[in-house]
Design a protein around this ligand. Structure first.
Ligand code: SAM
Length: 253
């Protein structure tokens, strides 16, 4: 019964919990899995920054063990294939899926996983960071974007196409330092998630995030009168998400 899962944060492994959800029950999947980009103990040391930058602290490049849990890319890709297939199974026909992903690995979806499962690839949606971290050593372009793979289960339209000026496949938002509400190392901008939720769902729809972290997707849903199901392996992050939700008011819509 889907009612047992709705508007809950479920603490557990995404693949195992997803297996317990009924077929074709989700109106939208919006998620931000581990990217496997962390290197243990890695950081940019602020003292090396020969640059007039206001930040006083180092920048961590190790998000935690949860982001470096695989021996190889092959092992990681096999794991992605497992939860991605489960997402496909639980999505309603016509539902859309948004997956934040390491930009160097997004080809996995278009070239391998989407065609195998029968997902239609729709686009790469880009979060443009208006205040990217400066490149202190000046050896490469500053990393000012994050990529979201977009697909649909079938050939459906976006539910709520807004005015054309809001419908380009990018969203401008500063990086975490400007909007962070929690201690989660990879909290995403709530306004970006809300824009995607508004365009892709209606009131009372059920939105799934199997890697909920600090709860941003759930909070965004609650504020917009949508239902959510959030999953995370970490009891600490589940508690963080629950606390945020308790402090979020559901509007009378
Ligand atoms: C990139 S973070 C999500 C951040 C979230 N978007 C936010 O705004 O706070 C990925 C999350 O996946 C969780 N995670 C890692 N492996 C998992 C697994 N096997 N099952 C469920 N959650 C997992 C981590 O604990 C982490 O909180």
């Amino acid at each position: 019964m889907i009612e047992n899962f709705v508007n809950k944060i479920i603490c557990g492994d995404a693949v195992e919990v997803l297996k317990t959800l009924p077929n074709e029950s989700m109106d939208l999947v919006l998620t931000d899995p581990p990217y496997k980009i962390s290197i243990e103990g890695n950081k940019i040391q602020r003292t090396y920054a020969h640059y007039n930058w206001k930040r006083r602290s180092d920048i961590g490049l190790d998000f935690g063990k949860w982001d470096r849990n695989w021996e190889s890319n092959k092992e990681y890709f096999e794991w992605v294939a497992l939860w991605f297939a489960e997402c496909h199974r639980v999505m309603k026909i016509g539902a859309w899926i948004y997956v934040f992903f390491d930009k160097q690995k997004t080809g996995l979806f278009d070239l391998m996983l989407a065609p195998t499962l029968g997902f239609k690839s729709r686009c790469i949606y880009v979060w443009v960071k208006t205040n990217p971290v400066p490149s202190f050593r000046k050896v490469n372009w500053n990393s000012g974007t994050e990529h979201i793979w977009v697909g649909s289960k079938g050939n459906s339209k976006l539910k709520n196409f807004k005015d054309q000026k809001y419908m380009a496949n990018y969203f401008l938002s500063p990086n975490a330092s400007a909007y962070k509400e929690t201690e989660h190392p990879t909290e995403k901008p709530k306004k970006l998630l809300q824009h995607l939720i508004e365009v892709n769902s209606n009131k009372d729809d059920i939105i799934l995030d199997p890697f909920i972290g600090s709860g941003t997707t759930a909070v965004a849903c609650k504020e917009l009168g949508r239902n959510y199901i959030g999953i995370d392996l970490s009891p600490d992050y589940c508690a963080m998400a629950e606390k945020r939700l308790q402090n979020t008011i559901k509007p009378m819509l």
